[in-house]
Ligand binder design. Structure first.
Ligand SMILES: [Fe+2]
Length: 416
């Protein structure tokens, strides 16, 4: 094989390697270092550096071989250099060339044994320079060598340029993510402040909205919902009674059973809540609907719309159970809270009529995990307060309820 053909093959091989290196998703500095070594190796050069233009007209060495690390700090680059290179279309500079960058640094370059300065120009922008020393053989560069160098430097320049773009995009994405997180935190704080405002109005149910939010979140988690949906249902729980803000305080706080007229006034609160929440651009879906339908029942006897089972969004079913569970397990002005046994009886009787079986099973499961110690945190137990779940029969009550409702569910599934 002719030596020139051999050299051509060798050069093509090096270019292919370089292309692969530049396109790899690995470490950026490593990519540039390998590229420099490929370039030096292909032409048997003794020294070289890849330097990128950084702020304030400085050059920063990304990869340096056979040269003093501090050397690149001695070089400066200005806008006029960039314009000159663009206009003159000089793609490779030898020390004798007329060029203002060389004019300023010729002595330093020569004393360090650098013979070529190759600008990396990508999309009309000067990305940096590749500086190269002479050949180990002391031969001078041929026209073919220059072409090889130009091609390889173009590859390296594109790699650096792409890397910068990716960095910028990542930085912007990170800024956006931070902003979004901040907005979400503001939203969450506002929602909690709202929940506190609702609960203050209803002096007998302090902390009710907060607890409904937490119960709803626990149920959704048990149902295997994703993190965003879980957060959304928690918010829906906090806000489910927001419509009570427009209901007369005396009705909400009546220390006795209210009459029909007062009751219909109170029953306006889901629709009022929907109207309050609808104009807000919530980061989670369906929050206004969950407030609107948290008093609907599977048997169609709920309000405001008398929807039946499949018409009620699952989220509203979850909030509904959380709401009722908290109502049953907290003291009210006209009654003490019910015993846990009694609450389980109520759930058993009303599943399929008021409550959705899947939702009740999920809640019972989450509570059973806390009672048996399978769950790390005892969140429901804490909300119920000391002593409430002390009875020995609690785990049995829960597992019986779960298995009864589960078999009812699978029977319904096979018969349908
Ligand atoms: Fe309500």
């Amino acid at each position: 094989m002719e030596p020139s053909t051999q050299k051509l093959i060798h050069t093509f091989g090096a270019l292919a390697d370089l292309g692969q290196e530049v396109a790899s998703a690995g470490d950026f500095n490593e990519m540039v270092r390998t590229s420099l070594h490929l370039l030096l190796g292909t032409l048997a050069l003794r020294r070289g550096a890849v330097a990128e233009c950084v702020d304030e007209g400085k050059l920063h060495g990304v990869a340096v071989w056979g040269l003093d690390d501090g050397l690149l700090t001695k070089f400066s680059i200005c806008d006029a250099d960039k314009t000159e290179l663009r206009e003159s279309q000089q793609t490779l500079l030898v020390l004798e060339d007329k060029n203002s960058f060389l004019d300023r640094h010729r002595d330093t370059l020569a004393s360090e044994g650098i013979e070529l300065a190759v600008p990396m120009i990508v999309r009309d922008e000067l990305t940096g320079f590749v500086l190269l020393g002479g050949k180990a053989s002391r031969e001078s560069f041929s026209a073919d060598d220059f072409e090889t160098i130009r091609a390889m430097v173009r590859h390296i320049g594109v790699g650096i340029h792409t890397h910068r773009l990716i960095e910028q995009v990542a930085q912007r994405a990170e800024e956006n993510r931070r902003l979004y997180e901040e907005l979400r935190a503001i939203y969450r704080d506002t929602v909690r402040a709202f929940a506190a405002a609702i609960d203050i109005k209803d002096k007998y149910t302090q902390g009710h909205s907060e607890r409904v939010g937490r119960y709803s979140e626990i149920i959704a988690r048990e149902l295997g919902w994703g993190e965003d949906e879980v957060e959304g249902i928690q918010i829906a729980g906090y806000l489910h009674d927001v419509g009570k803000l427009v209901v007369d305080r005396n009705i909400i706080n009546a220390p006795y059973h209210i009459d029909a007229k007062q009751s219909s006034e109170l029953n306006r609160h889901p629709v009022a809540g929907y109207e309050i929440l609808s104009p807000i651009n919530h980061p989670y879906a369906d929050i206004p609907l969950m407030a609107k339908y948290h008093h609907e029942r599977l048997d169609g006897r709920g309000y405001p719309d008398g929807l039946v089972d499949e018409q009620i969004p699952l989220g509203a079913k979850i909030v509904s159970l959380a709401d009722s569970f908290d109502a049953m397990t907290t003291d009210r002005p006209y009654r003490r809270r019910r015993s846990f046994e009694d609450v389980v009886r109520d759930l058993r009787q009303n599943t399929g009529k008021q409550f959705d079986g899947k939702v009740v099973i999920a809640f019972a499961r989450a509570l059973l995990k806390e009672v048996t110690g399978e769950a790390k945190e005892r969140r429901i137990i804490k909300m119920l307060g000391k002593g409430y779940l002390d009875g020995e029969q609690v785990p049995t009550l829960l597992s019986d309820l779960i298995s009864e409702l589960s078999s009812a569910q699978s029977n319904a599934a096979t018969s349908s």
